[in-house]
Ligand binder design. Structure first.
Ligand code: SAH
Length: 344
């Protein structure tokens, strides 16, 4: 269950040790609450004044015995208690897959890791617009725009490791899935080399979800029983074009706008027919999402004004999306016709 309560100006007592409760304290402060602290069950010397009757008690379970009695007293007095997760182990890194850019496609694991973060290093393609709602951690933009590296890869790794070594819980938020063209493996290796505990929360990759945003299933019974995900960052070799053209399934290309002319020409040389359907899906799940559908022979001309981020799809599955779309449009036409006939 999720409750959204207006806490502006409300007195909230956050219980639990300094370390366990630090994110909860920041969260309640960010929500506008007047935060009071109780770090040991019987009231420590540094906890300062306590409210007479708090609007809410936010109970962080720090594992210490003694909190139960306090919470019981709150319940008896009719003071609501919200049970808050304690901070995770100090000084670790979590690589989080942020999905293609909408919070709808963040996993529960991603949301929990963000809530537990002291600092978040995020990328351009991560779902950044909602970050302040999802974390109380410091936000550091290490995003790169193509050809315009803001923070180099080694420097990002250094920043992550250094922050974790000072005891912070670090989230490295990446677009899509960290292990799909995301350099996640290198970042894990950097943590391991520095003896920093690290884990990976998989994300929804754009390779599957962005075609889906355009209604394209990457596999479809009797149409395609495999899909291959390729990086278009650099042009492919003739051998690779040949292999790809010979596979017969769906081909999904990420980072492929810049090399689209080479790819289309290479696949044609390798024998793929010119009427093979193709789609370019730009800015999936983001404002300005757009799908351009053509075929291998005409895509370069059709996609001249397409730009990154975009996912390219090559294969008969593109027709499935078209057929479904036509079906949906025909159904809508029929509905409109029926409605106008009824009105007449
Ligand atoms: N790890 C990411 C991919 C990183 S490479 C993942 O699993 O999705 C970056 C490429 O991903 C972009 O050039 C583009 O091809 C694709 N991409 C990511 N998000 C996208 C989006 N919202 N719309 C279209 N393409 C996207």
């Amino acid at each position: 269950m999720q409750l959204n309560i207006d806490l502006n100006g409300r007195e909230v007592l956050v219980t639990g040790s300094e370390k366990s409760a630090r994110q909860a304290v920041r969260r309640y402060q960010a929500a506008g609450a007047i935060v009071y602290r109780l770090s040991v069950p019987d009231g420590g010397p540094n906890d300062g004044p306590l409210p007479e009757r708090p609007f809410l008690v936010a109970a962080v379970d720090d594992g210490e015995p003694g909190w139960d009695a306090l919470l019981q007293r709150c319940r008896e007095a009719g003071i609501p208690v919200s049970v808050e997760p304690p901070a995770g182990p100090e000084g670790h890194v979590t690589l989080v897959g942020g999905g293609p850019g909408t919070v709808d496609l963040l996993t529960v694991g991603a949301v929990n890791a963000l809530r537990d973060a002291d600092v978040v290093f995020y990328d351009r393609l991560a779902p950044c617009s909602e970050l302040t709602r999802l974390t109380s951690g410091e936000l550091v933009d290490v995003g790169k725009t193509p050809g315009h590296h803001k923070v180099g890869q080694r420097d990002i790794e250094k920043l992550m490791v250094e922050a974790a070594l000072t005891g912070k819980n670090v989230v490295r938020l990446k677009g899509g899935d960290p292990y799909v063209f995301g350099r996640g493996g290198e970042e894990v290796a950097a943590c391991v080399a520095a003896n920093v505990p690290v884990r990976v929360v998989s994300g929804v990759t754009s390779a599957i979800s962005v075609p889906a945003a355009a209604g394209i299933p990457v596999t479809h019974r009797e149409v395609s029983h495999m899909f291959t995900v390729v990086s278009g960052h650099a042009p492919l070799t003739e051998k690779e074009h040949k292999h790809l053209a010979g596979l017969g399934g769906t081909i999904v290309i990420l980072m492929g706008i810049g090399t689209l002319p080479q790819l289309a020409a290479g696949l044609r040389r390798a024998g793929m027919q010119a009427d093979m359907p193709m789609a370019v899906v730009e800015r999936g799940y983001r404002p300005g999402q757009r799908t351009t559908i053509a075929d291998l022979g005409s895509i370069v001309t059709a996609a001249t004004d397409c730009s990154n981020p975009a996912v390219l799809v090559i294969g008969e599955v593109v027709r499935v999306a078209e057929a479904n779309r036509n079906h949906a449009e025909a159904a809508a036409d029929l509905d409109r016709l029926a409605a106008s006939l009824l009105e007449a």
